[in-house]
Design a protein around this ligand. Structure first.
Ligand code: PHE
Length: 463
Protein backbone atom coordinates (compact mmCIF):
# COMPACT_ATOMS: atom_id res chain seq x y z
CA UNK A 1 0.00 0.00 0.00
CA UNK A 2 1.10 3.50 -0.83
CA UNK A 3 2.14 5.44 2.21
CA UNK A 4 1.09 9.04 1.63
CA UNK A 5 2.33 12.26 3.11
CA UNK A 6 -0.27 14.55 4.56
CA UNK A 7 0.39 18.04 3.31
CA UNK A 8 -1.46 20.33 5.72
CA UNK A 9 -4.49 20.99 7.86
CA UNK A 10 -6.57 24.12 8.16
CA UNK A 11 -5.51 25.88 11.34
CA UNK A 12 -8.91 27.14 12.51
CA UNK A 13 -12.52 26.05 11.97
CA UNK A 14 -13.58 29.45 10.67
CA UNK A 15 -10.60 29.44 8.30
CA UNK A 16 -11.63 25.99 7.07
CA UNK A 17 -15.25 27.08 6.54
CA UNK A 18 -14.23 30.21 4.67
CA UNK A 19 -11.60 28.45 2.55
CA UNK A 20 -14.11 25.77 1.53
CA UNK A 21 -16.76 28.44 1.05
CA UNK A 22 -14.14 30.30 -1.00
CA UNK A 23 -13.97 27.27 -3.28
CA UNK A 24 -17.76 27.14 -3.55
CA UNK A 25 -18.28 30.88 -3.93
CA UNK A 26 -16.88 32.19 -7.16
CA UNK A 27 -17.80 32.92 -10.73
CA UNK A 28 -20.33 30.10 -10.40
CA UNK A 29 -22.43 32.32 -8.15
CA UNK A 30 -21.83 35.71 -9.68
CA UNK A 31 -21.40 34.88 -13.35
CA UNK A 32 -22.80 31.37 -14.01
CA UNK A 33 -25.85 31.47 -11.73
CA UNK A 34 -27.34 34.64 -13.30
CA UNK A 35 -26.51 33.29 -16.78
CA UNK A 36 -28.29 29.99 -16.05
CA UNK A 37 -31.21 31.74 -14.35
CA UNK A 38 -31.58 34.11 -17.30
CA UNK A 39 -31.53 31.29 -19.82
CA UNK A 40 -33.94 29.12 -17.86
CA UNK A 41 -36.81 31.43 -17.06
CA UNK A 42 -35.92 33.05 -13.70
CA UNK A 43 -37.71 32.24 -10.45
CA UNK A 44 -38.78 28.70 -11.38
CA UNK A 45 -35.13 27.78 -12.03
CA UNK A 46 -34.02 29.34 -8.72
CA UNK A 47 -36.68 27.45 -6.83
CA UNK A 48 -35.64 24.07 -8.26
CA UNK A 49 -31.96 24.94 -7.74
CA UNK A 50 -32.62 25.62 -4.05
CA UNK A 51 -34.41 22.30 -3.62
CA UNK A 52 -31.44 20.46 -5.14
CA UNK A 53 -29.03 22.33 -2.91
CA UNK A 54 -30.89 21.25 0.19
CA UNK A 55 -31.88 17.70 -0.72
CA UNK A 56 -28.89 16.51 -2.75
CA UNK A 57 -26.25 19.18 -2.23
CA UNK A 58 -25.98 19.03 1.53
CA UNK A 59 -25.93 15.25 1.75
CA UNK A 60 -23.56 15.03 -1.22
CA UNK A 61 -21.16 17.47 0.43
CA UNK A 62 -21.18 15.46 3.64
CA UNK A 63 -20.50 12.26 1.69
CA UNK A 64 -17.52 13.81 -0.05
CA UNK A 65 -16.22 15.19 3.24
CA UNK A 66 -16.45 11.69 4.72
CA UNK A 67 -14.42 10.13 1.90
CA UNK A 68 -11.82 12.89 2.13
CA UNK A 69 -11.37 13.15 5.86
CA UNK A 70 -11.37 9.42 6.49
CA UNK A 71 -8.95 8.96 3.57
CA UNK A 72 -6.65 11.73 4.78
CA UNK A 73 -4.85 11.91 1.45
CA UNK A 74 -5.22 12.84 -2.23
CA UNK A 75 -8.53 12.03 -3.93
CA UNK A 76 -7.33 8.89 -5.76
CA UNK A 77 -6.01 7.35 -2.54
CA UNK A 78 -9.04 8.49 -0.53
CA UNK A 79 -11.61 7.02 -2.96
CA UNK A 80 -9.58 3.81 -3.30
CA UNK A 81 -9.36 3.50 0.49
CA UNK A 82 -13.10 4.11 0.92
CA UNK A 83 -13.86 1.51 -1.77
CA UNK A 84 -11.49 -1.10 -0.36
CA UNK A 85 -12.29 -1.20 3.33
CA UNK A 86 -14.80 -3.70 4.71
CA UNK A 87 -16.33 -3.66 8.19
CA UNK A 88 -14.40 -6.65 9.54
CA UNK A 89 -11.02 -5.29 8.52
CA UNK A 90 -11.06 -7.35 5.33
CA UNK A 91 -10.45 -5.86 1.93
CA UNK A 92 -12.99 -5.65 -0.92
CA UNK A 93 -11.80 -7.23 -4.13
CA UNK A 94 -11.12 -4.60 -6.81
CA UNK A 95 -12.19 -1.99 -4.26
CA UNK A 96 -9.29 0.26 -5.16
CA UNK A 97 -10.85 0.78 -8.59
CA UNK A 98 -12.95 3.44 -6.85
CA UNK A 99 -9.79 5.51 -7.05
CA UNK A 100 -10.85 6.18 -10.66
CA UNK A 101 -13.36 8.71 -9.34
CA UNK A 102 -10.59 10.52 -7.53
CA UNK A 103 -8.60 10.59 -10.78
CA UNK A 104 -11.62 11.84 -12.74
CA UNK A 105 -11.87 14.59 -10.13
CA UNK A 106 -8.31 15.67 -10.91
CA UNK A 107 -9.03 15.73 -14.65
CA UNK A 108 -12.45 17.39 -14.26
CA UNK A 109 -11.22 20.20 -12.03
CA UNK A 110 -8.41 20.89 -14.51
CA UNK A 111 -10.99 21.13 -17.30
CA UNK A 112 -13.17 23.45 -15.22
CA UNK A 113 -10.14 25.61 -14.51
CA UNK A 114 -9.50 25.79 -18.26
CA UNK A 115 -12.76 27.54 -19.13
CA UNK A 116 -13.11 29.29 -15.77
CA UNK A 117 -9.78 31.04 -16.25
CA UNK A 118 -11.15 32.67 -19.41
CA UNK A 119 -13.97 34.40 -17.52
CA UNK A 120 -11.57 35.20 -14.69
CA UNK A 121 -9.31 36.77 -17.35
CA UNK A 122 -12.23 38.92 -18.52
CA UNK A 123 -12.67 40.04 -14.91
CA UNK A 124 -8.99 41.04 -14.76
CA UNK A 125 -9.50 43.02 -17.97
CA UNK A 126 -12.53 44.75 -16.47
CA UNK A 127 -10.55 45.50 -13.32
CA UNK A 128 -7.93 47.20 -15.48
CA UNK A 129 -10.63 49.13 -17.36
CA UNK A 130 -12.28 50.07 -14.05
CA UNK A 131 -8.99 51.43 -12.74
CA UNK A 132 -8.71 53.57 -15.88
CA UNK A 133 -12.31 54.70 -15.36
CA UNK A 134 -13.34 53.11 -18.65
CA UNK A 135 -16.09 50.73 -17.59
CA UNK A 136 -18.49 53.56 -16.89
CA UNK A 137 -20.45 54.97 -19.83
CA UNK A 138 -23.63 54.86 -21.87
CA UNK A 139 -25.27 51.46 -22.51
CA UNK A 140 -23.91 51.58 -26.10
CA UNK A 141 -20.35 52.23 -24.93
CA UNK A 142 -20.65 49.44 -22.37
CA UNK A 143 -21.81 47.03 -25.04
CA UNK A 144 -19.00 48.08 -27.36
CA UNK A 145 -16.39 47.41 -24.63
CA UNK A 146 -17.56 43.83 -24.24
CA UNK A 147 -17.99 43.31 -27.99
CA UNK A 148 -14.35 44.31 -28.54
CA UNK A 149 -13.17 41.96 -25.83
CA UNK A 150 -14.51 38.83 -27.54
CA UNK A 151 -13.56 39.95 -31.06
CA UNK A 152 -10.61 38.56 -33.00
CA UNK A 153 -8.62 41.77 -32.29
CA UNK A 154 -8.54 41.04 -28.58
CA UNK A 155 -8.45 37.26 -28.66
CA UNK A 156 -4.74 37.05 -27.91
CA UNK A 157 -5.12 39.42 -24.95
CA UNK A 158 -7.91 37.26 -23.51
CA UNK A 159 -5.80 34.18 -24.07
CA UNK A 160 -2.87 35.80 -22.28
CA UNK A 161 -5.07 36.91 -19.39
CA UNK A 162 -6.43 33.37 -18.95
CA UNK A 163 -2.85 32.05 -18.86
CA UNK A 164 -1.84 34.79 -16.44
CA UNK A 165 -4.70 33.91 -14.14
CA UNK A 166 -3.84 30.21 -14.18
CA UNK A 167 -0.21 31.10 -13.50
CA UNK A 168 -1.21 33.22 -10.47
CA UNK A 169 -3.18 30.26 -9.16
CA UNK A 170 -0.06 28.16 -9.61
CA UNK A 171 2.04 30.44 -7.40
CA UNK A 172 -0.42 30.18 -4.52
CA UNK A 173 -0.94 26.42 -4.80
CA UNK A 174 2.77 25.75 -5.14
CA UNK A 175 3.34 27.43 -1.77
CA UNK A 176 0.95 25.15 0.09
CA UNK A 177 -2.53 25.86 1.18
CA UNK A 178 -2.54 26.79 4.86
CA UNK A 179 -1.52 30.40 5.19
CA UNK A 180 -2.39 31.84 1.78
CA UNK A 181 -5.86 30.47 1.15
CA UNK A 182 -7.08 30.45 4.71
CA UNK A 183 -6.01 34.01 5.46
CA UNK A 184 -7.17 35.48 2.18
CA UNK A 185 -10.56 33.78 2.39
CA UNK A 186 -11.20 35.11 5.89
CA UNK A 187 -10.98 38.65 4.61
CA UNK A 188 -12.41 38.32 1.14
CA UNK A 189 -15.56 36.26 1.53
CA UNK A 190 -17.17 38.66 4.06
CA UNK A 191 -16.04 41.72 2.07
CA UNK A 192 -17.51 40.32 -1.13
CA UNK A 193 -20.77 39.68 0.67
CA UNK A 194 -21.04 43.29 1.87
CA UNK A 195 -20.23 44.72 -1.55
CA UNK A 196 -22.77 42.47 -3.25
CA UNK A 197 -25.47 43.70 -0.88
CA UNK A 198 -24.63 47.35 -1.61
CA UNK A 199 -24.71 46.69 -5.35
CA UNK A 200 -27.95 44.74 -5.27
CA UNK A 201 -29.69 47.52 -3.32
CA UNK A 202 -28.37 50.04 -5.88
CA UNK A 203 -29.50 47.84 -8.75
CA UNK A 204 -33.01 47.42 -7.32
CA UNK A 205 -33.35 51.21 -7.12
CA UNK A 206 -32.71 51.80 -10.83
CA UNK A 207 -35.75 52.92 -12.84
CA UNK A 208 -37.62 49.96 -14.31
CA UNK A 209 -35.96 47.47 -11.93
CA UNK A 210 -39.36 46.08 -10.90
CA UNK A 211 -39.55 43.83 -13.95
CA UNK A 212 -36.26 42.23 -12.93
CA UNK A 213 -37.54 41.60 -9.42
CA UNK A 214 -40.64 39.99 -10.88
CA UNK A 215 -38.42 37.78 -13.03
CA UNK A 216 -36.54 36.74 -9.89
CA UNK A 217 -39.48 36.24 -7.58
CA UNK A 218 -42.49 35.06 -9.61
CA UNK A 219 -42.04 31.51 -10.86
CA UNK A 220 -43.48 30.84 -14.30
CA UNK A 221 -44.10 27.11 -14.15
CA UNK A 222 -44.89 26.97 -17.86
CA UNK A 223 -41.16 27.64 -18.50
CA UNK A 224 -40.09 24.54 -16.57
CA UNK A 225 -38.91 21.74 -18.84
CA UNK A 226 -36.73 18.72 -18.19
CA UNK A 227 -33.82 20.86 -19.31
CA UNK A 228 -34.58 23.42 -16.56
CA UNK A 229 -34.53 20.68 -13.93
CA UNK A 230 -31.30 19.26 -15.27
CA UNK A 231 -29.58 22.64 -15.52
CA UNK A 232 -30.67 23.44 -11.95
CA UNK A 233 -29.25 20.17 -10.68
CA UNK A 234 -25.96 20.43 -12.53
CA UNK A 235 -25.55 24.05 -11.47
CA UNK A 236 -26.15 23.09 -7.86
CA UNK A 237 -23.25 20.63 -8.15
CA UNK A 238 -21.08 23.21 -9.87
CA UNK A 239 -21.77 25.92 -7.37
CA UNK A 240 -21.07 23.73 -4.36
CA UNK A 241 -17.91 22.36 -6.06
CA UNK A 242 -19.54 18.96 -5.65
CA UNK A 243 -18.90 15.62 -7.38
CA UNK A 244 -15.42 16.41 -8.63
CA UNK A 245 -13.24 15.44 -5.63
CA UNK A 246 -12.63 19.05 -4.68
CA UNK A 247 -14.49 18.86 -1.36
CA UNK A 248 -12.88 15.47 -0.76
CA UNK A 249 -9.43 17.03 -1.16
CA UNK A 250 -10.25 19.94 1.16
CA UNK A 251 -11.79 17.55 3.69
CA UNK A 252 -8.49 15.71 3.89
CA UNK A 253 -7.12 18.92 5.46
CA UNK A 254 -9.90 19.11 8.06
CA UNK A 255 -9.28 18.29 11.68
CA UNK A 256 -10.94 15.18 13.08
CA UNK A 257 -13.21 17.08 15.46
CA UNK A 258 -14.84 19.31 12.87
CA UNK A 259 -18.59 18.75 12.65
CA UNK A 260 -19.05 17.81 8.99
CA UNK A 261 -22.83 18.33 8.88
CA UNK A 262 -22.56 21.78 10.41
CA UNK A 263 -19.74 22.70 8.04
CA UNK A 264 -21.80 21.54 5.03
CA UNK A 265 -24.81 23.62 6.15
CA UNK A 266 -22.69 26.73 6.72
CA UNK A 267 -20.93 26.45 3.37
CA UNK A 268 -24.18 25.77 1.47
CA UNK A 269 -25.86 28.77 3.14
CA UNK A 270 -23.01 31.10 2.21
CA UNK A 271 -23.04 29.74 -1.34
CA UNK A 272 -26.81 30.09 -1.87
CA UNK A 273 -26.82 33.50 -0.17
CA UNK A 274 -24.17 34.88 -2.51
CA UNK A 275 -25.93 33.47 -5.59
CA UNK A 276 -29.31 34.95 -4.67
CA UNK A 277 -27.83 38.35 -3.86
CA UNK A 278 -26.00 38.23 -7.20
CA UNK A 279 -29.38 37.62 -8.85
CA UNK A 280 -30.75 40.75 -7.18
CA UNK A 281 -27.73 42.64 -8.41
CA UNK A 282 -27.95 41.54 -12.05
CA UNK A 283 -31.59 41.18 -13.12
CA UNK A 284 -33.12 44.46 -11.94
CA UNK A 285 -30.23 46.21 -13.72
CA UNK A 286 -30.63 44.06 -16.84
CA UNK A 287 -34.33 44.93 -17.14
CA UNK A 288 -33.63 48.54 -16.31
CA UNK A 289 -31.22 49.02 -19.23
CA UNK A 290 -32.92 46.61 -21.62
CA UNK A 291 -30.27 43.85 -21.63
CA UNK A 292 -31.95 40.52 -22.34
CA UNK A 293 -31.75 38.21 -19.30
CA UNK A 294 -30.73 35.35 -21.58
CA UNK A 295 -27.67 37.08 -23.06
CA UNK A 296 -25.46 34.22 -21.89
CA UNK A 297 -21.87 34.61 -20.68
CA UNK A 298 -21.84 38.36 -21.42
CA UNK A 299 -24.73 39.11 -19.01
CA UNK A 300 -22.80 40.39 -16.00
CA UNK A 301 -20.37 42.35 -18.14
CA UNK A 302 -23.22 44.15 -19.89
CA UNK A 303 -25.37 44.90 -16.85
CA UNK A 304 -23.04 45.76 -13.99
CA UNK A 305 -21.23 48.71 -15.60
CA UNK A 306 -24.67 50.25 -16.04
CA UNK A 307 -25.29 49.92 -12.31
CA UNK A 308 -21.94 51.54 -11.52
CA UNK A 309 -22.68 54.38 -13.93
CA UNK A 310 -26.31 55.08 -13.16
CA UNK A 311 -26.78 54.29 -9.49
CA UNK A 312 -23.88 56.25 -7.99
CA UNK A 313 -22.24 59.65 -8.30
CA UNK A 314 -19.23 59.23 -10.60
CA UNK A 315 -16.40 59.04 -8.02
CA UNK A 316 -18.30 56.55 -5.89
CA UNK A 317 -19.27 54.60 -9.02
CA UNK A 318 -15.59 54.52 -9.96
CA UNK A 319 -14.52 53.22 -6.52
CA UNK A 320 -17.27 50.61 -6.39
CA UNK A 321 -16.43 49.36 -9.90
CA UNK A 322 -12.75 48.95 -8.98
CA UNK A 323 -13.54 47.25 -5.69
CA UNK A 324 -16.12 44.97 -7.26
CA UNK A 325 -13.87 43.64 -10.04
CA UNK A 326 -11.04 43.29 -7.58
CA UNK A 327 -13.18 41.14 -5.31
CA UNK A 328 -14.55 39.19 -8.26
CA UNK A 329 -11.00 38.38 -9.33
CA UNK A 330 -10.17 37.28 -5.78
CA UNK A 331 -13.36 35.20 -5.49
CA UNK A 332 -12.45 33.50 -8.75
CA UNK A 333 -8.96 32.91 -7.38
CA UNK A 334 -10.14 31.12 -4.23
CA UNK A 335 -12.10 28.79 -6.51
CA UNK A 336 -9.32 28.21 -9.03
CA UNK A 337 -6.93 27.42 -6.18
CA UNK A 338 -9.22 24.59 -5.11
CA UNK A 339 -9.45 23.34 -8.71
CA UNK A 340 -5.69 23.25 -9.17
CA UNK A 341 -5.22 21.69 -5.76
CA UNK A 342 -7.09 18.45 -6.61
CA UNK A 343 -4.84 17.32 -9.48
CA UNK A 344 -1.71 18.73 -7.84
CA UNK A 345 -1.98 16.63 -4.68
CA UNK A 346 -2.77 13.52 -6.72
CA UNK A 347 0.37 13.96 -8.82
CA UNK A 348 2.47 15.08 -5.87
CA UNK A 349 1.61 12.08 -3.73
CA UNK A 350 1.16 9.40 -6.39
CA UNK A 351 4.20 10.21 -8.52
CA UNK A 352 6.21 11.40 -5.51
CA UNK A 353 7.06 14.70 -7.12
CA UNK A 354 7.58 18.00 -5.35
CA UNK A 355 4.49 20.14 -4.89
CA UNK A 356 5.74 22.82 -7.28
CA UNK A 357 6.52 20.34 -10.07
CA UNK A 358 3.16 18.62 -9.62
CA UNK A 359 1.33 21.96 -9.71
CA UNK A 360 3.34 22.99 -12.78
CA UNK A 361 2.23 19.88 -14.69
CA UNK A 362 -1.46 20.57 -14.01
CA UNK A 363 -0.98 24.28 -14.73
CA UNK A 364 0.60 23.57 -18.10
CA UNK A 365 -2.33 21.37 -19.09
CA UNK A 366 -4.80 24.04 -17.97
CA UNK A 367 -2.96 26.78 -19.86
CA UNK A 368 -3.13 24.84 -23.14
CA UNK A 369 -6.80 23.97 -22.68
CA UNK A 370 -7.58 27.47 -21.38
CA UNK A 371 -6.01 29.04 -24.49
CA UNK A 372 -8.22 26.89 -26.71
CA UNK A 373 -11.30 27.86 -24.66
CA UNK A 374 -10.38 31.51 -24.87
CA UNK A 375 -9.67 31.55 -28.61
CA UNK A 376 -12.89 29.67 -29.34
CA UNK A 377 -14.92 32.87 -28.75
CA UNK A 378 -13.25 34.62 -31.66
CA UNK A 379 -12.69 31.43 -33.67
CA UNK A 380 -15.79 29.29 -33.11
CA UNK A 381 -14.38 26.57 -35.37
CA UNK A 382 -12.26 25.57 -32.32
CA UNK A 383 -14.78 23.22 -30.78
CA UNK A 384 -16.70 19.99 -31.20
CA UNK A 385 -20.30 19.23 -32.08
CA UNK A 386 -21.07 22.67 -33.44
CA UNK A 387 -20.31 24.58 -30.21
CA UNK A 388 -17.20 26.37 -28.99
CA UNK A 389 -14.46 24.58 -27.09
CA UNK A 390 -15.36 26.79 -24.13
CA UNK A 391 -18.90 25.36 -24.17
CA UNK A 392 -17.53 21.85 -24.68
CA UNK A 393 -15.50 22.04 -21.46
CA UNK A 394 -18.38 23.57 -19.51
CA UNK A 395 -20.76 20.91 -20.87
CA UNK A 396 -18.56 17.87 -20.23
CA UNK A 397 -17.75 18.89 -16.67
CA UNK A 398 -20.93 20.50 -15.32
CA UNK A 399 -23.43 18.33 -17.18
CA UNK A 400 -21.60 14.99 -17.02
CA UNK A 401 -18.64 14.70 -14.70
CA UNK A 402 -20.14 16.44 -11.66
CA UNK A 403 -23.50 14.57 -11.55
CA UNK A 404 -21.78 11.26 -12.32
CA UNK A 405 -19.16 11.87 -9.61
CA UNK A 406 -21.90 12.82 -7.14
CA UNK A 407 -23.92 9.72 -8.01
CA UNK A 408 -21.04 7.31 -7.42
CA UNK A 409 -19.91 9.09 -4.26
CA UNK A 410 -23.42 8.61 -2.86
CA UNK A 411 -23.29 4.90 -3.75
CA UNK A 412 -19.83 4.53 -2.23
CA UNK A 413 -20.60 6.21 1.09
CA UNK A 414 -24.24 5.10 1.32
CA UNK A 415 -23.86 1.46 0.35
CA UNK A 416 -20.25 0.33 0.33
CA UNK A 417 -18.31 2.02 3.12
CA UNK A 418 -18.74 0.30 6.48
CA UNK A 419 -21.68 2.03 8.17
CA UNK A 420 -19.86 2.38 11.53
CA UNK A 421 -17.05 4.17 9.81
CA UNK A 422 -19.43 6.63 8.19
CA UNK A 423 -21.20 7.23 11.50
CA UNK A 424 -17.87 7.70 13.21
CA UNK A 425 -17.01 10.45 10.73
CA UNK A 426 -20.44 12.05 11.18
CA UNK A 427 -19.82 12.00 14.93
CA UNK A 428 -16.35 13.46 14.29
CA UNK A 429 -14.63 10.60 16.11
CA UNK A 430 -16.84 10.88 19.19
CA UNK A 431 -16.58 14.65 19.61
CA UNK A 432 -20.03 15.41 18.16
CA UNK A 433 -23.31 14.02 19.41
CA UNK A 434 -25.35 12.76 16.46
CA UNK A 435 -28.98 11.71 16.89
CA UNK A 436 -29.93 8.29 15.46
CA UNK A 437 -32.84 9.94 13.63
CA UNK A 438 -30.46 12.30 11.84
CA UNK A 439 -28.21 9.40 10.89
CA UNK A 440 -31.22 7.56 9.47
CA UNK A 441 -32.35 10.58 7.46
CA UNK A 442 -28.81 11.01 6.16
CA UNK A 443 -28.58 7.39 5.04
CA UNK A 444 -32.06 7.47 3.49
CA UNK A 445 -31.22 10.55 1.43
CA UNK A 446 -27.80 9.24 0.49
CA UNK A 447 -28.84 5.70 -0.40
CA UNK A 448 -32.10 6.36 -2.19
CA UNK A 449 -33.00 9.97 -2.84
CA UNK A 450 -29.63 11.22 -4.18
CA UNK A 451 -28.77 8.38 -6.58
CA UNK A 452 -32.34 7.98 -7.85
CA UNK A 453 -32.85 11.71 -8.43
CA UNK A 454 -29.50 12.14 -10.15
CA UNK A 455 -29.96 9.01 -12.32
CA UNK A 456 -33.53 9.83 -13.35
CA UNK A 457 -32.75 13.44 -14.19
CA UNK A 458 -29.54 12.48 -15.97
CA UNK A 459 -31.13 9.77 -18.11
CA UNK A 460 -34.22 11.94 -18.64
CA UNK A 461 -32.26 14.65 -20.38
CA UNK A 462 -30.47 12.15 -22.62
CA UNK A 463 -33.72 10.81 -24.11
N1 PHE B 1 -17.96 26.32 -7.06
C1 PHE B 1 -17.13 27.15 -7.86
C2 PHE B 1 -17.91 28.41 -8.24
O1 PHE B 1 -19.07 28.51 -7.95
C3 PHE B 1 -16.64 26.43 -9.09
C4 PHE B 1 -15.98 25.14 -8.80
C5 PHE B 1 -16.48 23.97 -9.39
C6 PHE B 1 -14.86 25.08 -7.98
C7 PHE B 1 -15.89 22.74 -9.14
C8 PHE B 1 -14.25 23.85 -7.75
C9 PHE B 1 -14.76 22.69 -8.32
O2 PHE B 1 -17.38 29.28 -8.82
Amino acid sequence: MNKTIKTATFATTIGMILATAGSAVGLGNIWRFPTMTGENGGAAFIFIYMIFNVVIGLVGMMAEFIVGRSGGANSVTAYAKAGRELADGKVRKYGELWGIFGALGGLGTALILSFYSVIAGWCVYYLYKALKGEVLGSPEEIEATFGALVSTDYSWICCLLAILFTASTYFIVARGIEKGIEKASKLMVPLLFILLIILSVASCMLPGAGKGLEFLLMPDISKVTWKTVYEAMSHSFFSLSLGIACLCTYASYMKKDINLAKAAVQIACIDIGVAIIAGFMIFPAAFSVGVSPDSGPSLIFLTLPNVFTNAFPSTIGYCIAVLFYFLLVLAALTSTISMLEVGTVVIEQKLRLSRSVAAAIVTLFCCVMGSLCSLSFAYPEIGLAGTTFFDNCDYITAKFMLPIGGFFTAILVGWLMPKEKVINELASHGTVNVKPLHVNIFFFLLRFVCPICVAVIFIGQLI
